[in-house]
Design a protein around this ligand. Structure first.
Ligand SMILES: NC(=O)c1ccc[n+]([C@@H]2O[C@H](COP(=O)([O-])OP(=O)(O)OC[C@H]3O[C@@H](n4cnc5c(N)ncnc54)[C@H](OP(=O)(O)O)[C@@H]3O)[C@@H](O)[C@H]2O)c1
Length: 356
């Protein structure tokens, strides 16, 4: 049964290796090299590949604990992907069928892997939804313009050039595909779910959990398109199996939630009712706050087109189920978010000043 499934996969992504295609294919197991893989999206993606009978090798520095240390199907190679010699050595030692790259933050990172693995059958680059320079609704792959990246920016490491560098990584993928390499880009929008180490969703979960009144900027209708992490992991596998070379695929929930909807869904998960208080830019200025101080707030809606990925058979988890799992994880792990978002006292002072 496994052999039949793998054979179908191989044909659909156009693998041509003799050792894979042919009568011996019944016993083939696909080998994925994951650059990264131990923290959040990568970690869920490893689970997704394991659940679908792939063999996995992780390449990372070993600075973070390896949750797969006890899994016999998961091999670990220690190394830094920004270290040329270590990536060269990886290329000499490993012969994966597929590479999924979670830690490429400079276009040179992408190129370096492609140069070191000239025979790889599929390369997946984890790009990001913020590569788009346009504000169209929705942002459609191949239609909306991407951020431009100067030579100087390509070498930079600051957040100011992050989107430009990610966009340039996409261009490296597209150029590689023109040279016949089966390289594809995946663009997740804001990702949330268990093991998220970024603080934005955790901030709102803690706010709803700890207070009966929750302030949102404006009318609460801010939309930063988000996606549940297990859906990203499934997208990575699906694009590995079905995605086309030289293409990019947005990954965002089929339903784009407003900030207020996220807050209300968190409250439903916690089985509690909260009063959502809308404060205008003018109201917030009374406490020297701005709408942009609130996590997940965006001044313009950021909405991805999701049809291209859906055409491969991808669907997203129903939003309430995804938020329930995220809330459960935060409550189980007891994470706090004191380092982002407006100070609660400042918010309370504004509400009091307004007679609340
Ligand atoms: N979170 C979001 O909302 C979002 C949205 C869009 C796109 N993305 C993209 O998702 C990717 C990151 O996802 P993730 O952090 O969840 O992935 P992850 O693969 O679960 O975690 C990051 C991994 O990279 C390893 N790593 C970090 N620096 C390294 C280096 N120099 N050399 C080798 N390994 C290194 C880390 O381990 P060690 O520290 O032990 O090396 C860890 O295993 C990025 O490409 C990001 O742009 C994220």
């Amino acid at each position: 049964m496994l052999g039949v499934r793998v054979h179908t996969v191989l044909l659909s992504i156009g693998f041509v290796k003799d050792r894979i295609i042919g009568p011996t294919c019944e016993s083939c197991i696909m080998h994925v090299l994951i650059i990264g893989g131990t923290r959040f999206i990568g970690r869920h993606t490893v689970e997704e590949f394991l659940a679908n009978d792939y063999e996995v090798t992780l390449f990372n520095r070993g600075n973070h604990p390896n949750p797969f240390a006890q899994e016999p199907e998961v091999k670990h190679v220690t190394g830094d992907r920004t270290n040329q010699k270590q990536v060269d050595r990886l290329g000499d030692r490993e012969d994966p069928d597929i590479i999924v790259d979670f830690v490429a933050y400079r276009p040179a990172d992408v190129l370096n892997v492609l140069n070191n693995f000239p025979d790889v059958h599929k390369y997946i680059y984890l790009s990001a939804g913020d590569v788009y320079a346009d504000t169209h609704i929705p942002l459609r792959e191949g239609d909306a313009n991407l951020e431009l990246c100067t030579k100087e920016a390509a070498q930079d490491t600051s957040m100011a050039t992050h989107s430009a560098r990610k966009a340039e990584g996409d261009r490296v993928v597209f150029e590689a595909a023109k040279r016949g390499i089966n390289a594809t880009s995946i663009r997740p929008f804001k990702v949330y779910g268990p093991h998220d180490y970024e603080p934005e969703f955790v901030y709102w979960i803690n706010r709803v959990s700890n207070y009966d009144r929750v302030v949102v900027p404006g009318d609460g209708g801010s939309v930063l398109h988000s996606v549940y992490v297990e859906d990203v992991a499934r997208a990575v596998r699906l694009v590995t199996e079905e995605g086309q070379p030289g293409e990019a695929y947005n990954v965002a929930g089929r339903h784009a939630m407003t900030l207020e909807e996220i807050i209300n869904r968190i409250a439903d998960s916690l089985n509690k009712s909260v009063q959502v208080i809308h404060l205008s830019e003018h109201d917030l200025a009374l406490g020297e706050l701005r709408p942009g101080d609130f996590p997940l707030y965006v001044s313009r809606p950021t909405v991805a087109a999701t049809a291209k990925l859906a055409s491969l058979g991808w669907e997203s988890t129903p939003p309430q189920r995804a938020i329930d799992r995220t809330v459960d994880d935060v409550r189980t792990n007891g994470r706090s978010t004191t380092d982002i978002g407006p100070d609660r006292d400042a918010v309370e002072n504004i509400i009091s000043a307004m007679g609340g």
